[in-house]
Design a protein around this ligand. Structure first.
Ligand code: 13P
Length: 249
């Protein structure tokens, strides 16, 4: 049995005051599935979100980390700093980092190394573009992202890893993968983990679906065998919507 995870990626949204009231609202949202609840605020609100979440079930993730602990890297934020602010998790490899900021597989691999070195739980994102899906390259693309991004690590070192499958064509578009499309890719990711590492690691690794998850479609997505949770963008900014997603049926 894998404990479900409902994670909210706030992206570049929320002031400190907004982050505080959203976390406060979520502490009262209930959690009928005993899911792990994670929110990923901007760096500016990490500390206040962590402070507000103290004593609740809500865990805090950074949206990214740099690969060095400190140094002359203007604007970057290190794993040491996000831990200091109260984060226990970090997203790495979100498609917006890959496509807008040019994070390559090699860079992501260094970021994974840095996060693991500091004991942060990594939420590693993978996903294909629409062109890749239409060219029947979905599974090859995702296997490549996993192989390169996680290169050099054993199952033991990756223990606790969370993978998020986020088809690029479904992010912020209102177009959700069908539960069957999500299940197909999630099962393929689990098979890849079994083949590359071992069966125990494949069985225990949580694989989240992300891409236009809503209060109205979360139940059918979560019903799929290999879908262990959701990584939610837009609707994680709205307390009532995210509360309903946390309390999926
Ligand atoms: P949306 O839920 O807004 O489509 O965003 C998904 C996402 O990118 C979460 O990381």
């Amino acid at each position: 049995m894998r404990t479900p995870i409902i994670a909210g990626n706030w992206k570049m949204h929320n002031t400190i005051a907004e982050a505080t009231s959203l976390v406060e609202a979520l502490t009262k949202a209930g959690n009928k599935n005993q899911a792990e609840i994670i929110v990923a605020p901007s760096y500016t609100a990490l500390a206040v979100a962590a402070h507000t979440a103290k004593g609740s079930e809500i865990k805090i993730a950074a949206q990214d980390v740099h690969w060095e602990d400190k140094g002359a890297f203007t604007s970057a934020v290190s794993p040491v700093q996000v831990k200091d602010a109260g984060a226990t998790h970090t997203i790495i490899g979100h498609s917006e980092r890959r496509s807008i900021f040019g994070d390559t597989d090699e860079i992501l691999n260094k970021k994974v190394a840095a996060a693991l070195r500091h004991g942060l739980t990594v939420i590693f994102c993978v996903g294909e573009t629409l062109a890749e899906r239409e060219a029947n390259k979905t599974l090859a693309v995702i296997e490549g992202q996993l192989a390169n991004g996680l290169k050099g690590f054993t199952a033991e070192q990756l223990k606790g890893l969370i993978i998020a499958y986020e088809p690029v064509w479904a992010i912020g578009t209102g177009k959700t993968a069908t539960p069957e499309q999500a299940q197909e890719v999630h099962a393929a990711i689990r098979a890849y983990l079994a083949k590359t590492y071992d069966d125990a690691f494949a069985q225990e690794t949580r694989i989240l679906y992300g891409g236009s998850v809503k209060d109205t479609n979360v139940d059918e997505i979560m019903a799929k065998e290999d879908v262990d949770g959701a990584l939610v963008g837009g609707q994680s900014l709205i307390a009532e919507k995210f509360a309903r997603i946390i309390n999926f049926n």
